[in-house]
Design a protein around this ligand. Structure first.
Ligand SMILES: CC(C)(COP(=O)(O)OP(=O)(O)OC[C@H]1O[C@@H](n2cnc3c(N)ncnc32)[C@H](O)[C@@H]1OP(=O)(O)O)[C@@H](O)C(=O)NCCC(=O)NCCS
Length: 169
């Protein structure tokens, strides 16, 4: 196993350990990781990781949304269970926002998550970071499990987004 493959295996292990994803979702993550570990480009997936004592403990995958001028999707964010609640998720999102604004004056950031009770902590996390709900599709994942879309507008004048940007809604 080379070092990239080891990282790839570690990210899957972290995602499984959170128990937040079913096997179909882990399968999709596996494909996405294969794509982003092979090549990282402006138009493809971009992976950011956080380490502790040289070990990967969290990662985030985002990318420019095709067919848009300044919109990005936050596809995955995963923090290893014993490292949750210590500000690592917030740090990953801040790093993503800084990297986006290093290239652009402004950006929309979109993400999708579940509306289920089990995901209420995740939704609180996105709200704490200034994201706001801008859409919902009932029973999208399965009966009673809605898809919830969150959105945040960031700009060089307002780099972490929040109120001013979300008034565009
Ligand atoms: C969701 C997740 C990425 C959050 O990362 P984290 O490192 O634990 O979050 P942070 O410590 O950076 O928290 C940042 C803010 O969000 C809030 N927050 C985080 N998790 C929360 C929870 N479960 N309930 C309520 N608020 C929460 C924190 O209170 C904090 O707010 P504050 O800075 O104002 O105090 C992490 O819990 C995780 O990996 N979960 C499993 C995988 C997953 O579900 N990923 C998202 C799929 S949609």
């Amino acid at each position: 196993m080379d070092s990239q493959e080891r990282r790839y295996a570690k990210y899957l292990e972290i995602a499984r350990a959170t128990k937040a994803f079913n096997e179909a979702e882990i399968g999709v993550l596996e494909e996405v990781l294969q794509d982003c570990l092979v090549e990282q480009s402006e138009e493809g997936y971009i992976l950011l990781a956080e380490q502790d004592k040289g070990e990967d403990v969290a990662f985030l995958i985002y990318g420019k949304t095709p067919m848009t001028e300044f919109t990005y999707d936050l596809y995955w964010i995963v923090v290893s269970p014993s490292y949750q609640g210590k500000g690592i998720g917030r740090r990953l999102v801040n790093r993503m926002e800084s990297l986006i604004l290093a290239k652009r004056e402004k950006a929309n950031i979109r993400l999708e998550t579940s509306g289920s009770k089990a995901y209420s902590g995740q939704r609180s996390f996105y709200e704490a970071l200034g994201f706001r709900v801008c859409g919902r599709i009932p029973s999208f994942y399965r009966e009673g499990d809605d898809l919830v879309t969150f959105y945040k507008f960031i700009s060089k004048n307002n780099p972490s987004g929040g109120k001013e940007g979300n008034e565009r809604l």
